[in-house]
Write a new protein. Structure first.
Length: 54
């Protein structure tokens, strides 16, 4: 198989997979990132200068 043909098939398949992942995730992705960001912000406030307490 010619390398250009292989590359074209690769790009088509990767686009299909990206679309399937986007459909699978749906609105749930936003629900997971918001608590994660909140937790990071909380930790940054609790630990001044990013240094762990001992």
């Amino acid at each position: 198989m010619h390398s250009d043909t292989y590359l074209m098939l690769y790009h088509l398949r990767s686009a299909e997979l990206r679309q399937q992942v986007a459909e699978f995730r749906g609105p749930r992705a936003g629900l997971r990132t918001q608590p994660g960001r909140t937790l990071v912000e909380l930790c940054l406030r609790v630990l001044p200068n990013g240094r762990p307490r001992h």
